[in-house]
Ligand binder design. Structure first.
Ligand code: GTP
Ligand code: MG
Length: 219
């Protein structure tokens, strides 16, 4: 996997991140972690690992990923969470699928053989509604647009010219990719429970922002 970089956004993940880095340390791919320069505990938690640290220019999950993508030099990139919920054993399969002339491979919790230990009833319903909006209004043909465990060609990531500093980035990626006629498919994945720490997504506040983003993108 020398041609792959994992882009890991991390905010207040000092308990989970070292466990995640330990799990992926033998993967033979590059690792970039993007965090706020003030997040000393999380920065210290990366000290014993071989990875590149990038300080984000602004606040937010989307901002972290935009900064991460700018710093990738390998042919492929994968967004990978710092909370332990993404299973790295999916990466080989996702990379193979992408090398078969695709722009993006989206991991999905809602395909047969996928699943989640981290979903609540609320997030499950929310994910279903947002994925349905994506399919009906943007013809995305994706079963899980908010999971944002996705691997793609770095060139394609860069072509999207991403702008959302917040969690709207999750839908900005597939919507823009579709508008640019990029090739994307989904593949089953099992989401594990976050190892420790608190989630940063607020279902109502971020859900509303994402909905408004999708409505604006449609018109
Ligand atoms: N650098 C950076 N990373 C962030 C920011 N917000 C979230 N993240 C990271 O982005 C990833 C996804 O955030 P989560 O809080 O796990 O979101 P989630 O998966 O919807 O929530 P959970 O259900 O708790 O897993 C995690 O690795 C976070 O640490 C941010 O503002 N800056
Ligand atoms: Mg998470």
């Amino acid at each position: 996997m020398k041609n792959l970089t994992l882009i890991i956004p991390a905010k207040n993940e000092s308990d989970s991140l070292p466990i995640v880095l330990d799990e992926i340390k033998n993967l033979d791919c590059s690792i970039i972690i993007i965090l706020e320069s003030t997040d000393i505990q999380t920065i210290n938690a990366t000290k014993n690992f071989n990875c590149k640290i990038v300080y984000q220019s602004d606040k937010g999950y989307g901002n972290a990923l935009i900064e991460g993508i700018k710093n990738v030099t390998t042919e492929y990139s994968c967004i990978f969470n710092a909370d332990g919920s993404f299973n790295p054993s999916d990466l080989t399969k996702m990379l193979k699928l992408c090398e078969n002339n695709k722009d993006f491979i989206f991991a999905s919790r809602y395909m047969k053989e996928g699943g989640s230990d981290d979903d609540t009833i609320l997030t499950k319903i929310g994910n279903f509604i947002f994925s349905s909006i994506g399919n009906i209004f943007f013809s995305l043909k994706l079963s899980d647009i908010l999971y944002t465990y996705l691997l793609g060609k770095t060139e394609s990531f860069k072509k999207l010219n991403l702008k959302s500093n917040d969690f709207c980035l999750c839908v900005e990626i597939p919507i823009k990719a579709k508008k640019l006629n990029m090739k994307m498919i989904d593949t089953p994945s099992f989401e594990r429970k976050r190892i420790a720490g608190e989630k940063k997504v607020n279902e109502f506040r971020d859900g509303l922002k994402i909905l408004i983003y999708m409505i604006k993108s449609f018109f």
